[in-house]
Design a binder for this molecule. Structure first.
Ligand SMILES: Nc1ncnc2c1ncn2[C@@H]1O[C@H](COP(=O)(O)OP(=O)(O)OP(=O)(O)O)[C@@H](O)[C@H]1O
Ligand SMILES: [Mg+2]
Length: 538
């Protein structure tokens, strides 16, 4: 920049300063040009450095800094050019060689064209305050060796809530380096909920109290929560408050274990409840089924001898229809109660999904199905018809949850369940095929999720749902030695995960020959525990 232009800028800057009452300011104030050369300074600044103003003007600002702070200042000065003001603590060297601590606030100055042309710096002497801090620091040094070996988080905080000391465990747990800790404030490492609590505690210890059993949640450098319980007390010198000491025990792992235990307990209770409902529902369904079979048989026999024009024909037909509906209900309940024997064979789950989802997609054009099926998966030990029913129930629910249409994503994957996860899902440890079905529907809240597998639990209006679809799916999957789980949020769709154990056998491609029904003169032995059922079957 040529000398003339520079002088113009100086004049411009001086013109600006003249409008500010800076001479009488108790803080040191200095003006520097864009390269950091001092253009002007007030009396307080000269007094701070014990020079005359004319001995300061024209020097570079870093000429008055301690060696180790020159570089720091240069970096800070560069960042000014982005137009934001900055503040920091720095050490200056007086004419007599004594170094003093300064809190500096630097505001950039922009020229008429908006370019950075210099800065105005306010300097406040904080030396005496710093000395008090370093006295505390000296004492702390003595305890450092002991506290670094401690298994608790130990911290000492200065009055401006900066960290004067933290021990090894604190650094490791929260993940900050020594350099970073220098610039940290207490507020940077606390969870938003712990902040007000901590401020309250600080007020108490300022007046000499000790606070114990305080629960504080710290936040690590990478944003994780650390649950602690600790005690905090004030640190005083000559009766003056100079900081706080806190010792905190990390309870995160304990909390996690407690939470896991509670979750497992809840799952166990849920499984027991489902088991009990299953026994009850199964018992009722079995008896009802027998009753219905007897009614059905009798009705059929009566219909046999009735002519279509008979006035009673329609009544009997009606009975038959109602009995069929009842039988359908009991069938679903029996499915949930895991009664009945199903033939299982090694089955290709991908093939089954392809077939069922295609069939479903053909009837529901407003739904788009996306499949991400891992190829060459080992077969599962399953009854294809039953698994198809499970898939269909889930698809229908998804469709009902997306009244305006939507997407269904189906994914299959091989997964190993270890001892812990398998215990959570209530299955044996081993290799499973996970089939996940996600919809983009209305989703459900946690309370609904807890109950969806119960028989007769439905949020649908009367006549739209009996609440047996997922109960049956649950029974079928459990019967296959698998697990079914739901993951959802209100308004954000739902995902059903089905785990099915893999089969040790290979899939037999041989088609079973259709058996023909051939009547003969055999004697048939009828066995049933209900006389009525036997009567009608005769
Ligand atoms: N994909 C889904 N999105 C949102 N809610 C669902 C979903 N699937 C199931 N639900 C909830 O779970 C409840 C129980 O489902 P379930 O299939 O057992 O019964 P239903 O669909 O109400 O009746 P049914 O299947 O017997 O006709 C539903 O009423 C609904 O509240
Ligand atoms: Mg349903």
């Amino acid at each position: 920049m040529d000398a003339f232009l520079k002088r113009d800028i100086y004049t411009f800057i001086r013109g600006k300063i003249n409008s500010i009452l800076f001479e009488e300011n108790p803080d040191g104030v200095e003006i520097v040009d864009e390269d950091g050369y001092i253009v002007s300074c007030n009396k307080a600044q000269a007094h701070l450095l014990q020079y005359l103003p004319k001995e300061i003007i024209g020097h570079h600002i870093t000429d008055f800094l301690t060696e180790q702070h020159k570089e720091l200042f240069k970096q800070k000065f560069e960042s000014l050019k982005e137009g934001k003001s900055i503040d920091f603590e720095i050490e200056l060297v007086r004419k007599d060689g004594v170094s003093i601590y300064i809190w500096s606030k630097v505001n950039p100055i922009k020229g008429e064209d908006g370019h950075f042309i210099g800065a105005i710096i306010y300097n406040r002497d904080i030396t005496s305050y710093k000395r008090r801090e370093s006295a505390l620091w000296g004492d702390l040094e003595r305890y450092r060796a002991i506290s670094d070996g401690a298994n608790d988080l130990i911290q000492c905080i200065g009055p401006s809530r900066n960290f004067l000391y933290v021990n090894e465990k604190w650094r490791k747990t929260l993940g900050y380096s020594d350099e970073e800790i220098v610039h940290l404030k207490l507020d940077d490492v606390l969870s938003p909920e712990s902040l007000p609590k901590c401020k309250e505690v600080l007020e108490k210890v300022r007046s000499g109290g000790t606070v114990t059993g305080v629960e504080i949640v710290f936040i690590t450098r990478d944003g994780k929560e650390v649950f602690t319980e600790g005690s905090i007390n004030g640190y005083f010198r000559d009766g003056k408050f100079i900081g706080t000491r806190g010792i905190f025990r990390d309870l995160t792992e304990r909390k996690r274990m407690e939470r896991e235990k509670a979750e497992l307990q809840e799952r166990l209770l849920h499984a027991q409840k489902m088991e009990a409902i299953g026994t009850l529902a199964g018992g009722i369904a079995h008896d009802f089924n027998n009753i219905l079979m007897a009614i059905m048989g009798s009705t059929s026999l009566m219909l046999f001898s009735k002519n279509r024009n008979d006035p009673e024909y329609e009544y009997l037909k009606n009975i038959e229809r109602m009995v069929k509906r009842g039988a359908n209900l009991t069938k679903q309940l029996l499915g949930f109660a895991r009664r009945g024997k199903y033939e299982v064979e090694p089955t290709d789950i991908n093939e089954l999904i392809e077939k069922t989802s295609q069939m479903f997609a053909e009837t529901k054009k407003e739904i788009t199905i996306h499949r991400k099926l891992t190829p060459d998966l080992p077969p599962i030990e399953a009854n294809a018809g039953q698994i198809e029913q499970v898939l269909m129930n889930i698809f229908v629910n998804a469709w009902q949850a997306m009244p305006g249409g939507g997407e269904i994503y189906i994914e299959t994957k091989k997964e190993k369940l270890g001892t812990v996860t398998s215990q959570v899902y209530g299955v044996r440890p081993g290799t499973y095929i996970r089939c996940s079905i996600t919809d983009t529907g209305e989703g459900m809240d946690k309370e609904t999720q807890k109950r969806i597998f119960e028989p007769f639990f439905s949020t649908k209006e009367r006549g739209k749902g009996t609440g047996l679809g997922l109960a049956m799916a649950y029974g079928i999957i459990k019967n296959h030695g698998g697990a079914i789980e739901v993951e959802s949020e209100k308004g954000a769709g739902a995902t059903f995960h089905i785990y099915l154990p893999i089969s040790e056998r290979a899939i037999s491609r041989e088609r079973k020959r259709k058996k023909m029904l051939v009547g003969g003169s055999e004697t048939i032995l009828l066995v049933d525990d209900e006389q009525q059922v036997i009567d009608v079957q005769r």
